[in-house]
Design a protein. Structure first.
Length: 176
């Protein structure tokens, strides 16, 4: 079962409009607004880009594309209780957990996935395996009568054989 995070009320965590800092004064050397939006102006873009260490031959974009597709497919397979489809993408440990959860929740469900964002957290080679962690931030309705979508945040752990085996879901960690 998912640990559901409640959506934050509008404006939560943001300063009220009256608390905003005054706009920066423009001078001859300041970047134009479009340059600022495109990240050209370092005064506005002071956050350094986070670089995830990973094996040199690892294609992060391709992996994340596949991870998003796996998320959607595994959710659809869970909704229809298709254990054969889930088994194609899950390790034996995950399959054990799925079977246990299925025994508790026998009724098929209907999940509407509205948006899947994925961020690669790590990729490491250990012994004969390659492991990857992906942070998913998903907007979904878990029931057709749910009036507003909910956010589900999870870290999925994937594993495969280093010699090019198929990626398998090896665990899911709920994020509050």
């Amino acid at each position: 079962a998912r640990s559901k995070a409640q959506p934050a009320p509008a404006g939560a965590g943001n300063a009220p409009m009256g608390g905003m800092e005054p706009p920066l004064q423009r001078n001859d050397t300041a970047a134009s607004g479009w340059d600022t939006l495109s990240g050209q102006n370092t005064a506005y873009n002071s956050q350094p880009e986070v670089v995830i260490p990973m094996p040199a031959d690892f294609d992060a974009e391709e992996f994340l594309r596949g991870a998003k597709m796996a998320y959607n497919r595994l959710q659809a397979a869970w909704d229809s209780r298709d254990l054969n489809d889930i088994a194609q993408f899950a390790s034996p440990a995950v399959m054990d957990a799925v079977r246990q959860q299925l025994a508790e929740e026998t009724e098929p469900s209907k999940t509407e996935i509205l948006l899947v964002n994925a961020q690669l957290l790590s990729v490491v080679n250990e012994d004969k395996e390659q492991r990857a962690q992906v942070y998913f931030d998903v907007l979904m309705r878990e029931r057709p009568d749910q009036p507003t979508p909910s956010n589900v945040r999870e870290i999925w752990h994937f594993v495969r054989e280093l010699d090019g085996g198929t990626w398998k879901l090896d665990g899911i960690q709920q994020v509050a």
